[in-house]
Design a protein around this ligand. Structure first.
Ligand code: MRU
Length: 381
């Protein structure tokens, strides 16, 4: 957990493919009005690797890396080479497929372990991947699906059925994103200015995103919003990722530092705030990128609607309230440095990656099943 800058450098040596989009998969997906936003965040290649767009290098470099082991997938998740709740779940499910092949086949060929060995290999992969990041429940959701498929598969077909399930998880996520977009698009008036936070767009998912999906679908329908993008310290997902994908899609956006959101909301010209989520507890409390709580409190103060857009895989009825959501603490260097530049004095650092927004601050949820009142969240999965 919290691999820090050492871990961040660790993946740089992977087989990077600069500027190349993945083959297959995303070309078949209907990107509607925005073909230029067809971002292949992840795919399982025909040569058996998990190809990821390395998000640590954006916006400077569009580089793909081929991951060939469970450990490489786990490191990619821990170092945020792949990030965003839905995408973490997809990556982990593909990592399990690698586990079934790399360890299971080796053991079988060596005559060691037999059926039990393959199952232990798959269980080991799931356990390693489950330990990568604690907050986004999509990770557990996807791994639970892989575990349940593995439990009933025979050893000979294990790889194939796991691959099929991982591809289903990916495809379902893309579909849920579009449905979120369709549910939320009516909120977007032409010329409106909205605020988002972190990156809950195409880069965070297997499709067109969650919080940004209504903006994209409204754009398809001819209504264009201006998106205010807080930079999202410490790792700058807003400045590096959201601004990059919106600009690439031709959606007007304006960058600001996190500390400018209060001032911007006081200007009285913001239609609504829209964010994604990493986990939604049974009572409607939401864990999302650090800074979301402050934005929600400000929106309440200024009477601006605050929407949370999320697929059903982000709702966690097993977690009663926000207080029960595990919050990831990350390495001190992430706060002390900007990029590789040390900017802070040598003092202790507090670096929670997420905060919890209480349900009472949320106007409504935008889900793949439509708009949902906060009171209805308990039965929302
Ligand atoms: O640490 P990250 O970059 O994985 O955090 C991402 C977020 O907090 C997103 O807002 C959330 O996962 C929703 S993504 C559709």
């Amino acid at each position: 957990m919290g691999a820090g800058l050492k871990g961040l450098r660790g993946l740089r040596g992977l087989r990077g493919i600069r500027g190349r989009r993945g083959a297959g998969g995303y070309e078949e997906y209907d990107w509607g009005y925005f073909p230029e936003m067809a971002i292949s965040t992840i795919e399982f290649t025909s040569s058996g690797s998990v190809r990821i767009l390395d998000q640590r290098l954006l916006p400077g470099e569009e580089t793909y890396a081929d991951l060939t082991s469970v450990e490489e997938v786990a490191l990619a998740i821990e170092t945020l080479a792949v990030r965003g709740a839905p995408l973490i779940g997809i990556a982990a499910s593909m990592g399990v497929v690698l586990g079934a092949r790399e360890i299971g086949k080796w053991r079988l060929e060596a005559g060691r372990g037999g059926d039990g060995g393959v199952r232990r290999a798959v269980d080991g992969a799931i356990e390693r991947l489950r330990a990568t990041r604690p907050t986004a429940v999509n990770l557990n959701w996807a791994l639970d699906r892989m575990a349940s498929v593995a439990a009933t598969a025979d050893t000979a077909s294990m790889f194939d059925v796991l691959l099929e399930e991982a591809k289903a998880i990916h495809a379902e996520d893309a579909e849920m994103c579009r449905r979120i977009g369709e549910a939320g698009a009516p909120l977007v008036k032409n010329g409106a200015t909205v605020i988002t936070h972190c990156n809950a767009g195409a880069l965070a998912t297997g499709g067109m995103g969650t919080a940004l999906a209504p903006i994209y679908v409204a754009g398809e329908e001819g209504r264009v919003a201006n998106v205010m993008v807080p930079e999202t310290r410490p790792l700058l997902q807003g400045a590096r990722l959201t601004a990059w994908e919106l600009a690439r899609s031709g959606i007007p956006c304006t960058l600001m530092t996190d500390s400018m959101t209060a001032s911007r909301l006081s200007n009285d010209d913001i239609s609504f705030v829209i964010v994604g989520a990493d986990r939604i507890a049974a009572n409607g409390d939401v864990a999302n990128k650090i800074g979301t709580l402050g934005l929600a409190l400000l929106a309440k103060h200024y009477g601006v609607p605050f929407y949370v857009a999320a697929p059903s895989s982000t709702f966690d009825p097993a977690t009663a309230t926000g207080a029960d959501i595990p919050i990831e603490q990350r390495a001190a260097e992430e706060v002390g440095r900007i990029g590789t530049q040390q900017v802070a004095a040598d003092v202790p650092v507090w670096n929670p990656a997420f905060d919890v927004t209480p349900a009472e601050l949320i106007t409504a949820f935008i889900t793949n099943e439509g708009m949902m009142d906060v009171d209805d969240v308990g039965g929302g999965r």
